[in-house]
Each structure stands twice: as C-alpha cells, then as structure tokens.
Design a protein around this ligand. Sequence first.
Ligand SMILES: Cc1cc2nc3c(=O)[nH]c(=O)nc-3n(C[C@H](O)[C@H](O)[C@H](O)COP(=O)(O)OP(=O)(O)OC[C@H]3O[C@@H](n4cnc5c(N)ncnc54)[C@H](O)[C@@H]3O)c2cc1C
Length: 260
Amino acid sequence: MAIEHTNKKYLKTIVKNVETVAPGYSLLSFDCETPLLGRPGQFVMIRGAWGVNPVLPRAFSIVKAGNVGQVLVRDVGPGTALLCNMHVGDELNVLGPLGNGFIEPKSSRAVLVAGGVGVAPLVFLMEQLVPKRVPITFLYGARTANDLPLKVRIEASADLIVTTEDGSVGTKGLVTQPLVDVLKDPNCVVYSCGPNAMLEAVGRVSMDAGVECQVALESPMACGMGTCKGCAVVKPDGSFTYVCTDGPVFVAASIYGGEK
Ligand SMILES: Cc1cc2nc3c(=O)[nH]c(=O)nc-3n(C[C@H](O)[C@H](O)[C@H](O)COP(=O)(O)OP(=O)(O)OC[C@H]3O[C@@H](n4cnc5c(N)ncnc54)[C@H](O)[C@@H]3O)c2cc1C
C-alpha cells in the first residue's frame, strides 16, 4: 500500500475539549492552526508540552481531521494518563498524518469490526462513508459495557451489533461470532482494528468467507516514521514489515498468511 507522509514537523495545537466518553477513555479535541490532514486509518504522534517525562511521543489513530483534530485515548500508562488529564487551552504537539490508511470500498457494503479502543479509526471511516451512502454494518466487541467508548456516536450513523465478553451489554461472547453470520453475504469489505488476537481471528474468518479484509495494527513505536524500527512485525515468509511506514493498515492475508 502507498505510504503518505505529508508532514514530518510537529504542529503546535491547543486542547479544545477533553471528554470522558467511558471510564478510562477520553476523547481529546484540539484546535489546529494548520489543518490536520489525514484519512481513516492514519495516525498521529502526540507529545504534550510536558518536557522530557515521558520523553517519547505516543501514537493515536485519527478520529477526526481538519481544523479540529480528534483522538480517543485509553488511559493505560503514564503518557495516556497525562493526555486524559489535559485541560482546555493546554498545548499539544502533534505529528501527522502518518502511515497509510484504509482503502475505501468501491461499491459494496462495508463491515467495520472494532475491539475496544480500536474503534477510533473505524469511527473516522464510518463518518467518511456515511455521506457517500455506503451501507455499513458496525460490529463492536469489548470486555464489558464500560469499554464501549463512542458507541452512541456509532448508533446514530450505522447498524450496530455489540458483543461483550461478560454479557453486560449486547450479545455475550466475541465479536467474531456475529461476523460469521454477517459474512454469509460476502459482497463486502471488512475493516478492523483492535487487539492483535482479535484482528487475526477477524482476518481468518474473512478469508474463510472469501472476503477482503484490511486490518489496522498497533505495535509499540517510539518515532512513528521509520527511524526506530521498534514496530516491526514478522510476516508469514519471515521478513519484517513496519507498522509505522508500511501500515498501520495491512491486507489481512499479507500478515496472517494466505496472500496469493
Ligand atoms: C498506530 C497506532 C495507533 C494507536 N491508536 C491508539 C488510539 O487511537 N487510542 C489509544 O488509546 N491508543 C492507541 N495506540 C496505543 C497507544 O500508543 C499506547 O497505548 C500508548 O503509547 C501507551 O502509552 P503510555 O505511556 O500511556 O503507556 P506505556 O507505559 O507506554 O504502556 C502501557 C501498557 O500498554 C502497552 N502498550 C504501549 N503501547 C502499545 C501499543 N502501541 N500496542 C499495544 N500495547 C502497547 C505496554 O506494553 C504497557 O503494557 C495506538 C498505537 C499505535 C502504534
């Protein structure tokens, strides 16, 4: 897939809003003097004006681009905690858009499969496809009802099927179970983002159904632009591919095997 690196300088932006959208999940909006470009699946590296601790920027999928950028942050450690606790007017340094992004379906249905915070790039994709009248089925899986940030935003725009592992909302079980039924009509493209094990399962179910599947991978990275080589993923033939510059979006078969 083509790589688009349109901007390699950190943009200074100002926090416009920090909204807690579920326990431990914040939707961070920031005003960009130079509009943030980018398409669904692309990501940004974010650094607060917090000095050197933590020194490395963190990667986040773009939820919304333009004059106001938006990312969804799950508080899992020091960098994400700092972002979740930012205030309106704080300075935020943003590098992007980085990576390649999803390739939109030509004519058929789009099946979006999200796991937890992996919903971020898929909400961006959904919001780009809705005005183009592409029919969308959105499958959203999480551990519990508390891990479904942006659920309300999705319900407003697409057919939504929810699964939770504890059954606290939607159908109890994994998101791959309803996916098998949805793919009985194979005239569609699957787009997925979430934990690695889920992505592999989604990729395999899609391949078994003969459906094209694009997965957005996450892999810890320090630079976001191919310098640190921290985000290497081993391909089925033993060679390396890099999530930041070759991805984060890959055709599932190229990562999980089965590529013709
Ligand atoms: C392309 C890309 C897009 C991403 N999009 C989002 C997003 O939209 N929203 C979001 O909340 N997070 C996203 N992430 C993950 C996010 O970058 C990490 O959660 C963040 O760097 C953690 O920083 P920290 O200092 O809070 O925690 P750390 O102390 O750095 O890590 C806390 C825990 O998370 C694990 N971890 C850290 N980074 C990753 C990673 N990239 N993948 C898997 N596990 C990791 C660590 O091993 C550790 O267990 C994305 C990552 C990538 C590579």
